[in-house]
Design a protein around this ligand. Structure first.
Ligand code: NDP
Length: 333
């Protein structure tokens, strides 16, 4: 069983040398356990947070432990009535070839056998990142038809779904993304009204031109100066679901921003973690799957082959090298 174990906490970018890549014998299965062959790993910006010992919403990964990560696998052996060999399961697999599924609080979710959605999409548009977009936008952003919704990291896993749900709600949608290809993708493929390329020097002027009536909902994925510039264009009583601040994850310095628009424009800012909505996951995944099957929700995955590439692939998130959900394929389904 090949495993990535965290050796040192990254300083700045994640380096391969922050891990030991070891091969361990498979452990015996205890009663109530099943062995899972990992097929796909979900790479997420929060992997970088878990590697650090900053104040966070889960315990950091301990030094020497298998790197934590979400994934999908197939049950290959079972001592549990919950899991049958051949079941596809979703949960925290870790960065390894095989994991143990148990019946405790970290039990894995058994996916229906006749799933009409591809497995990688069950981690993206119809999975954790889609659910993040769904609840963050609908519950916290509460967009009304005709309002302007802005989303940053718009061509990524969460952002691409946020923008499309906002369009379904009848909003005017503006995305911020890096580079002309992503901006074209947002408008031409996903139906956004406008895209702002923050890698161009004139991005602030583009932002102003794209939001002539201001911004009612800012779905914040990036933080830093992009967040600051967007907040400065927000309307009275705007809502700002604070989903992520990826621009600061590789930095040890907290980002500073001017919060005065929050006061002057009475903006409702609310941080959230998708697990806050754990009880309602099924509602979101069913709606997302329906939209997907109806052709109202487009999805894309960037899939990198090979477990061995996980520590380098995760940096694509910080370099903007992914469109849609970033995934590592560990084994054939
Ligand atoms: P994405 O698929 O959006 O990948 C990250 C993207 O962020 C990159 O493709 C890149 O796109 C952009 N980016 C990276 N660095 C910067 C930067 N310095 N400035 C501007 N853009 C940058 O990842 P996810 O969809 O998985 O996550 C998006 C955000 O949502 C993250 O902040 C993440 O932490 C958060 N999140 C929060 C959850 C929650 O429960 N609160 C759950 C899941 C995700 P580009 O080419 O446009 O630069």
């Amino acid at each position: 069983n090949r495993q990535y174990r965290l050796k040192t906490r990254p300083v700045g970018r994640i380096e391969t040398t922050d891990f030991d890549f070891v091969t361990e014998p498979l452990s015996e299965l205890e009663p109530g356990q099943a062995r899972v062959r990992v097929l796909y790993l979900s790479l997420d910006p929060t992997n970088r947070i878990w590697m650090s010992d900053m104040d966070q919403y889960m315990p950091p990964v301990e030094i020497g432990a298998v790197m934590r990560g979400g994934g999908i696998g197939v049950v290959v052996d079972s001592n549990s009535s919950r899991y049958e060999p051949g079941n596809y399961v979703l949960g925290l697999t870790g960065w390894q070839d095989y994991c143990i599924a148990d019946e405790g609080e970290n039990a894995m979710t058994v996916l229906p056998a006749d799933l009409p959605i591809p497995l990688p999409t069950m981690m993206g548009a119809c999975g954790m990142t889609g659910v993040t977009a769904y609840f963050g936008l609908l519950e916290l952003g509460r967009p009304k038809p005709g309002e302007t919704v802005l989303v940053s990291a718009a061509a990524g896993a969460v952002g691409s779904v946020v923008g499309q749900i906002a369009k379904i709600q009848g909003c005017r949608v503006v995305g911020i993304a890096g580079g002309p290809d992503k901006c074209r993708y947002l408008v031409d493929e996903l139906g956004f009204d406008e895209a702002v390329d923050y890698k161009r020097d004139d991005w602030r002027e583009q932002l102003a031109a794209a939001t002539p009536d201001g911004i009612d909902v800012n779905f914040e994925n990036v933080g830093g100066e992009i967040m600051e510039a967007v907040m400065a264009r927000m309307n009275l009583f705007g809502r700002m679901p604070l989903c992520g601040m990826i621009s600061g994850y590789n930095s040890s310095e907290p980002a500073r921003a001017d919060f005065s628009p929050i006061l002057m424009r009475r903006i409702e800012v609310r941080g959230f973690i998708v697990t806050d909505f754990m009880e309602r996951f099924a509602e979101a995944t069913q709606q997302l799957a329906l939209w997907l099957l109806e052709g109202k929700l487009r999805h894309q995955e960037t899939i990198i082959e090979g477990l061995e590439n996980a520590p380098t692939a995760v940096n694509l998130l910080f370099d903007g090298g992914n469109i849609g959900k970033l995934i590592v394929k560990v084994a054939d389904a």
